[in-house]
Design a protein. Structure first.
Lengths: 340, 356, 112
């Protein structure tokens, strides 16, 4: 009988892991709480740094993992630890016995309305990075479509590096996402002026820095070092942003037609819940705690339990995919070692 | 503006305000600035609504101004506050309401500090005992008096003779609400509606028929800022902040400003005269200023009290155009008559700001 | 006018709504690399005029972008065109050429 591996979460990490497990001849079962696969990436439009359509990646992953057992709209009711395996009870009444569980539970996007001073949900022309991707995908958003957009702002670190929002971690991808979206908006509204408000620009990944200089040089995007402190709305319905230009050491304000908040990655409460069923440790940032952060990022301290992707902390798409493969390799090694 | 978004935030910041039995403490400065306001608070709560509000002549300043000006250490302010709490305890009350925003902020800060550092509370209890042989219970509920008028806003609306609407066309008045900084900026959860979009005054305005204006510099300080005004060299900063707010609200053509702090209405009112003298600019219609009222004064007006009994003649900005707009009757001749119709003399009138 | 002994203080805030950026844009057309400055400050640290006069290519660029042209010109008057800043710039901006272009564009504007 083929070895069963339970994968919790049908985002890109879960799909990639299922793909690789299938290739190795195992039998992956994906448990997905939503009615669709692909997680956050499926809602995105294009991916940095090569502007790859997110749909292509997700479609490919869904196609390559189609032979897995997939339960949509399904949650984990409880998990019991047996002698050397786990019994996973699903909300649809199905019970699965498996020696391996792979957590690919991902992250949750920070709820931007929690930063009350930015006025998301209060001021009309304030939206999030996710709203903007949705507009790229659907062309439907009355805040943008058909409007005369001349000035656009991007606020980095919304809910990230913010102890008051209880997220001290850097979300890693927002700087580069802001630059990507700034360029895309500049392309859609060539006459517009675009401002990025950042605390530090953290552009660590391959070609990220090129992207940044391209935004500066080819698209004339203005980078202002300073955290937005307050957003308000004027009588014309535009937003007024206050920040300090910390390079000039002076307070600054600007009136904008659109303000995009770069909501960060925060721990997924569903992830915490699923972890608590097996008493898996949670790190100080709320994400799942790997058995160590250098050598065994995809391992939990518990036998047979593995992690991949943003359930252990903010990750990019390539990092998530690499972790999925890495976790599968760990599982494969454990299975083959047992057979010797 | 998405009203539902604000409602969502307001629902997150509801505070429990008991309906009755309050120990009331006055502000150091409001009785000079707006002599009718605290009297009206007692009049409304006791006589109009029949609530139990207790006052004692033995209470003092809370020490807030001295604390914020850095002239006394916090322990001194705490001991002063502990004595006030002792007076409340002796009178048999457990709900404490302050008329002053800085006091409210001071009390909140002290109670929170004691909560975090119980050893400090123990030390203050000892200091109070040594100083005046008093003991105290901490209040069960702490409120600012605007919280109570907010709580009673619909009762007041039911009994109101006037609404905040233009009597000519029935249009709601455009009302700016200004919240004192120390109301909720330090502890957002202690204020009705939080700190970014406080609801305490907006709720009154809505209940009494007006429209709330949300202008860009709404959250900005009035400019009083103890160390800005009280040090003459810094006084320009105080004025500049007020000026910034008026410039920001001007396009909305506000009919009035309603405030809940001792300093804000004073400075928003008086600086309009100074700005008019310096810049020749006025912000109301036809050369008048924008009347700035306390929430008690507005409550008194809608309930039909005589504007001169409310002390509105002590405002710099003429309130008559506002009274006319709402349709509140008043006797122009009586404006400068004090208690028992004693002549309190007419002030000199400014050149650039139209007044009566 | 009454004398109060104090005045409305001018605001030190920069209002990006009222800045005319047309000359800076013209500069960027000739010197596209001007926009690539990341404000690392290496130019200022190495500038022989910097510590005596406050000259800083980083600040000049920032001032021009924020519409503080007078301030930029005051600094640039102290430039000796030695080229040391060009040597240290990690983005490879030809700062010497940039300074000359600034002089040309903004000077032309003044004569108009």
């Amino acid at each position: 009988m083929k070895e069963i591996v339970v994968i919790i979460g049908g985002g890109i990490a879960g799909l990639e892991a299922a793909t690789q497990l299938l290739k190795l001849g195992y039998s992956p079962i994906i448990i997905e709480k939503n009615d669709r696969l692909g997680g956050h990436v499926a809602r995105w439009n294009r991916l940095f740094p090569d502007m790859t359509p997110a749909k292509d990646i997700v479609d490919d992953l869904i196609a390559s993992s189609k032979d897995a057992n997939i339960f949509l709209n399904t949650e984990i009711s409880f998990v019991n630890r047996l002698k050397d395996s786990y019994n996973v009870m699903l909300s649809n009444g199905i019970s699965i016995n498996s020696r391996f569980i792979l957590y690919t539970t991902g992250f949750r996007l920070f709820e931007a309305q929690k930063k009350e001073e930015y006025g998301y949900g209060v001021y009309n022309q304030v939206l999030t990075n996710a709203d903007l991707e949705n507009w790229f995908n659907t062309d439907k958003d009355k805040r943008i479509s058909g409007k005369d957009i001349r000035k656009i702002g991007f606020v980095h670190c919304v809910g990230s590096r913010d102890e008051k929002a209880r997220n001290s971690q850097c979300s890693k991808v927002c700087c580069i996402t802001a630059i990507k979206q700034a360029i895309e908006m500049k392309e859609k509204f060539p006459e517009s002026e675009v401002f990025c408000f950042y605390m530090d620009l953290r552009l660590f990944g391959k070609k990220f820095e090129d992207f940044y200089t391209k935004a500066q040089r080819d698209h004339g995007i203005h980078f202002i070092r300073g955290r937005v402190s307050e957003v308000s709305e004027n009588i014309n319905g535009q937003v007024i942003v206050k920040a300090e230009d910390t390079l000039a050491g002076k307070p600054l304000k600007v009136t904008l037609d659109l303000l995009v908040l770069m909501s960060g990655m925060v721990c997924n409460p569903d992830s915490t819940k699923a972890a608590s069923m097996l008493h898996l440790p949670i790190d100080s940032d709320g994400f799942l705690q790997s058995s160590d952060n250098v050598f065994h990022i995809t391992s939990s301290p518990r036998k047979g339990i593995y992690y991949a992707g943003a359930c252990t902390g903010p990750k990019t798409v390539p990092e998530t995919l690499a972790e999925a493969r890495s976790a599968v390799l760990d599982i494969h090694s454990e299975i083959t070692a047992g057979k010797k | 503006m998405i009203y539902q978004g604000k409602q969502k935030i307001w629902s997150d910041y509801q505070k429990e305000i008991p309906d009755d039995h309050w120990f009331y403490v006055r502000s150091c400065i409001r009785q000079n600035f707006f002599p009718g306001s605290e009297r009206m608070m007692m009049e409304i709560c006791r006589n109009v609504l029949g609530k139990d509000f207790y006052e004692t002549e033995h209470h003092t300043t809370c020490g807030g101004i001295a604390y914020h000006c850095d002239t006394i250490p916090q322990e001194t302010a705490m001991t002063i506050v502990a004595r006030q709490f002792a007076l409340m305890t002796e009178a048999g009350y457990e709900n404490y309401v302050a008329s002053c925003i800085t006091s409210f902020g001071n009390y909140t800060e002290i109670l929170e500090t004691w909560h975090e550092f119980p050893e400090l509370e123990a030390k203050i209890r000892e200091m109070l005992w040594k100083a005046c042989r008093k003991e105290f219970n901490k209040p069960k509920y702490l409120a600012h008096s605007s919280d109570l008028i907010y709580k009673y806003r619909n009762d007041i609306a039911e009994k109101a003779r006037f609404r905040l609407v233009d009597k000519e066309n029935g249009e709601p008045l455009r009302v700016v609400e200004h919240i004192g900084c120390h109301y909720s900026k330090m502890f957002p959860s202690k204020g009705v509606g939080g700190a970014e979009y406080p609801y305490v005054l907006a709720g009154m305005i809505e209940s009494w028929g007006g429209n709330v204006i949300d202008y860009p510099e709404r959250r900005h300080c009035c400019g009083y800022g103890f160390r800005q005004y009280h040090v003459k060299a810094n006084r320009g900063y105080s004025l500049s902040n007020t000026h910034k707010k008026f410039e920001s609200m001007e396009p909305y053509k506000p009919d009035m400003i309603i405030t809940n702090c001792p300093g804000c209405p004073y400075f928003l009112d008086r600086w309009q005269y100074v700005i008019a003298e310096m810049e020749g600019k006025t912000y109301g219609q036809n050369g008048y200023g924008i009347p700035v009222l306390t929430y008690e004064e507005v409550a008194g007006l809608v309930l039909g009290y005589d504007p001169w009994d409310l002390g509105l003649q002590l405002h710099q900005v003429a309130v008559e155009p506002l009274l006319d707009k709402i349709g509140i009757e008043y006797c122009a001749e009586d404006k400068y008559k004090g208690l028992n119709r004693k002549d309190i003399m007419r002030p000199g009138l400014p050149e650039n700001l139209k007044c009566f | 006018m009454s004398i109060f002994g104090f005045r409305i203080s001018p605001s030190s805030a920069m209002n990006l709504d009222t800045i005319d950026r047309s000359r800076f844009e013209e500069l960027c057309r000739i010197e596209p690399d001007a926009a690539r400055c990341m404000s690392c400050g290496a130019c200022s640290a190495t500038c022989p005029a910097s510590e005596f006069s406050g000259m800083s290519v980083r600040k000049v660029l920032l001032c021009l972008q924020r519409g503080k042209e007078e301030e930029a010109f005051r600094m640039m008057n102290n430039c000796m065109l030695c080229g040391k800043c060009t040597m240290v710039c990690p983005r490879g901006i030809n700062t010497r050429h940039l300074i000359l272009s600034i002089c040309r564009i903004y000077d032309k504007e003044d004569k108009r």
